[in-house]
Design a protein around this ligand. Structure first.
Ligand SMILES: CC(C)(COP(=O)(O)OP(=O)(O)OC[C@H]1O[C@@H](n2cnc3c(N)ncnc32)[C@H](O)[C@@H]1OP(=O)(O)O)[C@@H](O)C(=O)NCCC(=O)NCCS
Length: 188
């Protein structure tokens, strides 16, 4: 079901305003800027990147995950200028069930401009039409209103509310699970 050819040639995706390209080690400084921003990290429930080496190690793990054929890690750049806007990923590629998990972060100066909707549309379209996924899942912190609104706009449906299933920073946190089925994805 999964089209393995995309693990030989990384799928660069183009939209009207954006170019989604493979995340590389050279992106570490930008990633660190993104993941050391407390506003960005509020509901990410993962550690801040306090130095660029942390971001390099993070990217190295992502590259290894792609090599192991379990995830795609894109950098979102402005088409034309190549300016770094953020990142978007498809990970935990589940071949048995043709399912994957989506994740995304954007530099705050670009929030509210419809950029993530544009990037997600491209990634979801790739996931269903090219990669061969049947469904895509997203996990959010229930307090992350913006992320929830974004998922609902893309047609995701709430599937579950897990109580205190995620231990981070000394606390057990709740998680909301959303999903989108291929047949329900209407390309906007
Ligand atoms: C979540 C995030 C990626 C959204 O990116 P974005 O480019 O600003 O989103 P868009 O402009 O495409 O907006 C998508 C929808 O989200 C909703 N939205 C955007 N900003 C919002 C806000 N401040 N409050 C409530 N809803 C909001 C709207 O429904 C919007 O659709 P509309 O423009 O048609 O009204 C961005 O806020 C972010 O990087 N947050 C920090 C990291 C994070 O939490 N990532 C998700 C982890 S699960």
């Amino acid at each position: 079901m999964i089209n393995e050819k995309y693990f030989d040639n990384f799928p660069q995706l183009q939209t009207e305003r954006l170019c989604l390209r493979k995340q590389e080690l050279k992106d570490a400084a930008h990633l660190q800027q993104l993941r050391s921003n407390e506003q960005v990290m509020t509901y990410m429930d993962s550690d801040l990147h306090l130095d660029v080496r942390t971001s390099e190690a993070f990217i190295a793990r992502n590259l290894a995950s792609y090599e192991k054929k379990s995830g795609f890690f894109w950098v979102i750049t402005a088409a034309g200028t190549g300016h770094y806007l953020g990142d978007i990923i498809l990970r935990k590629i589940d071949r048995t069930n043709a399912r994957a998990e989506i994740g995304y972060t954007l530099m705050p100066e670009f929030w509210g401009g419809g950029y993530m909707k544009e990037a997600m549309r491209a990634v979801i379209n790739f996931g269903f039409k090219n990669l061969g996924l049947h469904s895509i899942e997203a996990n959010i912190n229930p307090a992350n209103t913006t992320s929830r609104e974004l998922l609902l706009k893309m047609g995701f449906v709430k599937e579950a509310y897990f109580r205190e299933n995620y231990f981070y920073n000394g606390k057990f946190l709740d998680t909301e699970i959303y999903s989108l089925l291929k047949k329900d994805f209407i390309q906007q």
